[in-house]
Ligand binder design. Structure first.
Ligand SMILES: *Cc1c(COP(=O)(O)O)cnc(C)c1O
Length: 340
């Protein structure tokens, strides 16, 4: 028998759904969802199933392994593979009901030769120099006779609205969309917030669905169990490196949570837990599997009790210096994921 996990991640699927509806309302166009990296750590299947109920019909993954896990979950669900296709993927890809997002002449040649006429998307690079056909040499003839559903591009600076590259990328992309005469998709979460000019015919939000980008609902709620409590006299230190010294006689609790669970070093002496609704600061350095919190001013807790870890992504990112994306995708496999 496997013992229960001493740490849990409560995932609020109603909040996820509300975030998706809010982003769709903002964009005013057909809205998909980026569920790569196991749904940003929340669980790609649970996320996909919930958003499907809301009306989401397109999900984005990075590679064919992720696609295999989701393909066929619903009859009209379209799974799109952002990294496209290479020769090693081909044999398996042909048996998976997902569309590659083709981003290079090599990928187009491969799909033409082996894709059995199946549907695909294409990615055009309009200034980020990551994936896709360079917008400068772009010509529509390359895709003649192919079943291309959507043309994509991706914004490099969407979270910096005043950055001039946003407008440049938008204008370059519009030319491509007009030339192809098919559906275009440019915006991620931050791109949706740039305004309707950026929405085109479809949008691909990710982080905002999961509670990132301030203003949306928190979706992920970590909790951890207390292992031990101790009284510490003023002047004693706590944790590796003795980076915290008790300014007064203090009571500390040790929790079953550490950087192996995505609770990274950046939370040392900056993070907190919530005990009976009161902030219990993290004292000392985060260990691999443990943190120490100061419960002197909160309710008493005892070994075995569960303690909430506040995880508003914007605040947690500011406290820790770790991006919202890294915070979510780093949460790790030791949490029991509980969907509500
Ligand atoms: C990950 C990704 C998204 C989603 O981005 P967020 O910033 O998480 O909203 C959209 N489009 C592409 C191409 C991506 O790789």
């Amino acid at each position: 028998m496997i013992p229960p996990s001493p740490l849990r991640l409560r995932i609020d699927l109603d909040a996820l759904a509300a975030n998706w509806r809010q982003l769709r309302a903002l964009a005013g166009v057909d809205t998909g969802a980026a569920v790569k990296a196991n749904g940003y750590g929340l669980g790609a299947k649970a996320v996909t199933d919930r958003l499907y109920v809301e009306g989401c019909r397109t999900v984005y993954v990075s590679n064919w392994q992720e696609a295999a896990a989701l393909a066929g979950r619903a009859p009209d669900l379209r799974v799109k593979v952002l990294h496209g296709i290479d020769a090693a993927d081909l044999p398996a890809a042909l048996s998976i009901d997902a569309d590659p997002v083709l981003g290079s002449p090599e990928q187009v040649a491969l799909w033409r030769a082996h894709g059995q006429g199946r549907r695909c998307d294409i990615m055009v690079d309009t200034g980020m120099n990551r994936l896709g056909f360079d917008w400068r040499g772009f010509c529509t003839e390359m895709f003649a006779g192919m079943d291309v559903d959507t043309v994509h591009s991706h914004l490099a600076c969407a979270d910096t609205p005043e950055h001039p590259l946003n407008g440049l990328q938008r204008d370059r992309f519009e030319e491509v969309v007009v030339a192809l005469g098919i559906r275009g998709a440019l915006a991620n979460t931050a791109g949706i917030f740039l305004g309707l000019d950026y929405a085109f015919g479809h949008v691909r939000p990710g982080i905002g669905l999961y509670g990132g980008s301030a203003g949306l609902h928190q979706v992920v709620f970590p909790t951890a169990r207390v292992i031990q409590c101790r009284d510490v006299p003023a002047g004693d230190a706590a944790g590796y490196g003795a980076t915290w010294t008790a300014p007064r006689d203090s009571r500390l609790a040790v929790l079953n949570l550490g950087y192996a669970d995505g609770y990274l070093r950046g939370f040392s002496n900056t993070g907190a837990a919530l005990v009976g609704g009161k902030r219990a600061p993290v004292v000392g350095r985060v260990s691999m599997d443990m943190i120490i919190i100061d419960i002197t001013d909160t309710h008493a807790v005892a070994p075995g009790d569960w303690v909430d870890i506040p995880y508003n992504l914007a605040e947690a990112a500011a406290q820790s210096g770790i991006s919202e994306y890294e915070l979510l995708t780093g949460l790790g496999a030791r949490y029991e994921r509980v969907y509500t």
